[in-house]
Every structure is written in C-alpha cells, then in structure tokens.
Design a protein around this ligand. Structure first.
Ligand SMILES: Nc1nc2c(ncn2[C@@H]2O[C@H](COP(=O)(O)OP(=O)(O)OP(=O)(O)O)[C@@H](O)[C@H]2O)c(=O)[nH]1
Length: 300
C-alpha cells in the first residue's frame, strides 16, 4: 500500500461568488412569538389584514387579537402599518401606533403575538418561508399537513359563507393500503403513496385545496362548485387512480380509492360537521365495497 499523497488528501477550496442571491421577494411579516408562530404573509399594495377573523389575510386565532387588528401595505416605496381600531392597540417596537412606517426587522405586537417585518430579498425571509413550509406541509407528498389543511378549510368556509358560495369537502382513502406495506415494507408503501398523491394533484384545479390528513387519507376542498360538478370531479379522480398503475421497483400494481363527499349547508354548517359528514360518507363507501364514492345525505 502506498502512502497517500497531497493530491489524495488535500481538499481544494472552490472559488465561489457566494450563496445564490435570494430571489426578489415582496416584503413579509412573520409571526415570531405567540399564537400563529411561523405563519407568514407577503405584503403588496393591497392592505394585508392581520386579525382573529377567519377572513383576515394573516389569521391569528387568539382572544387578545381583534377580529381586524391592523393592516400592512406597500405604498410609494414605503411599507406602512395602520391599527384598525383594535382593543389592545398595535405596537411597533413597543410604541403604540395609529399609522406608521415599517423598517426591516421591526417588531409588531398584536395582542399576545409578535410579528417581525422583513423587507424584500432578505435571506431571513427565505429562511422563514422554508421553516413555514416545513411546519405546514407533509414532506412525503408536499400537500398541506392536517393542521394546516384544517386551518385553510376554516378560512374557505368563512369565505364561502360571506360570499354565499358553495363549498364541498371530499375525503379520499386508499383501499387496502396495509397490503402494500405488508408486501413491500413501509418504504415501498411510501413510494406508492407518493404516486397516488401525484395522481390526486394531477386532477386538481388552481383554486382547489388538498391536504394529507392521515397516513393514507387525503382531503380536498372544492370551492364554488355545485354538488353535481363535485361528484363528477371526484368520479374522474377515482377513475384516474383505478386506471393508473403504480409501481414499487419492478412490481406494478393497480390501486383504488374510496371517497366521501359532504357539502356545506344546513346539515353541515361548519368545519367539524363537514368533516364528520365526509368521514361518515367515506366509511359507507368502504363498507359498501370500496373504489366508490358516497355523498353525505344520500342514503343516510
Ligand atoms: N408506508 C406508509 N404506510 C402508512 C403511513 N401512514 C399509515 N400507513 C399505513 O396505512 C395502513 C392503513 O391501514 P388500514 O387503516 O387498516 O386500512 P387499509 O389497509 O388501507 O384498508 P381500508 O382502508 O379498509 O381499505 C396501515 O398499515 C398504516 O401503517 C405512511 O406514512 N407510510
């Protein structure tokens, strides 16, 4: 065996211009303390409303926060903040304000939460974006995780009620998924789940929200679509999965999904009743043979 030479052991430092420049980014506010920790929202010329109302752009569900607490916006090259008549007032760096300019790094106190203002193209903004993405999304499928999905659903319900629009919820569960794990192990099961998630994604429109709400369970919100149209969309999704083949290594297989649908309305006026009804419909779809759709209210 020959002794190692300098060439073998020396690591050479690569000449580098430094990290990639952060993409130009609008400014944002990030919750850095209290309820809503990690949430962020971008700021544009349209006022961004921070508050406890489901319709607030940055929703902070805490009793110390007013329904519409403050608004932040971009105007003639400056970032501005205005208190919206909140009970506990808005503070910028501990100073109570009615209207104020914002500078990079300013702390905004809203009830018991603290927001940080981060100006555009900041490396820190990218860091917070990544942290938020990690906290709110499922790493296997990149869908919203259960907690984030439920929060989005709550906001969509508030919007649908306010605008008197339809909203439906579908819960989809992969049939006999345990067999895949038993045959191919948990990593093989993950490979299949990722492929089914891709099929689900391929069937979604831009305004439809999806979340992974359980191990092999996904949920989709269909805003502003009538019940008949939602049924057709779900049938197309069910068929797409049933006709596609998924694979683990060399082994290809056909999978199916069962789907339960519930519509926002007098029988399901809020998030929990909607989730319960869609779940019960899914249970019926499983009980009556799988690879099918059941709708809450039909045949209960
Ligand atoms: N690979 C993998 N498996 C998971 C994950 N989460 C849950 N599972 C598995 O999914 C399986 C779900 O099984 P069951 O709830 O019994 O249902 P099923 O076999 O899909 O049958 P039906 O739903 O009744 O059609 C269990 O074996 C879980 O261990 C995950 O993230 N990855």
């Amino acid at each position: 065996m020959t002794a190692p030479t300098d060439r073998d052991t020396t690591q050479r430092t690569q000449i580098s211009p430094g990290p990639d420049a952060p993409a130009p980014h609008s400014a944002c506010v990030v919750v850095i303390h209290g309820e809503g920790l990690g949430k962020r929202a971008d700021i544009s010329t349209d006022p961004l409303v921070v508050g406890r109302s489901h319709e607030a752009d940055l929703y902070i569900p805490h009793p110390s926060v007013s329904r519409q607490h403050c608004a932040v916006w971009h105007e003639h090259g400056r970032y501005r903040i205005r208190d919206l008549g909140s009970t506990n007032r808005t503070r910028v760096n501990e100073r109570v304000i009615d209207v104020s300019d914002l500078a990079d790094g300013d702390h905004v106190t809203v009830g018991e939460s603290i927001l940080k203002f981060i100006s555009h193209a900041s490396v820190e903004a990218r860091y917070h974006e990544e942290v938020h993405q990690l906290a709110s999304h499922d790493s296997l499928t990149d869908f919203s995780n259960r907690r984030h999905f439920l929060e989005l659903l709550e906001k969509e319900i508030a919007r649908a009620e306010h605008q008197r629009r339809a909203l439906s919820l579908a819960i989809l569960d992969v049939d006999h998924f345990k067999r895949i794990n038993d045959r191919h192990g948990h990593p093989g099961g993950d490979v299949v789940l990722r492929q089914i998630a891709a099929l689900v994604r391929s069937q979604l429109r831009a305004d439809e929200l999806v979340g992974r709400i359980g191990g092999e369970e996904f949920a989709i919100v269909y805003p502003d679509a009538d019940p008949a149209a939602v049924r057709i969309r779900c049938e197309a999704l069910r068929e797409t999965v049933a006709r596609s083949s998924v694979s683990v290594g060399d082994s290809a297989m056909q999978m199916t999904v069962s789907i339960g649908i519930a519509h926002l309305g007098p029988a399901c006026p809020d998030r929990s009743s909607l989730m319960r009804a869609a779940d019960a419909a899914l249970y019926r779809a499983k009980e009556t043979g799988r690879n099918r759709i059941c709708v809450a209210g039909d045949g209960d």
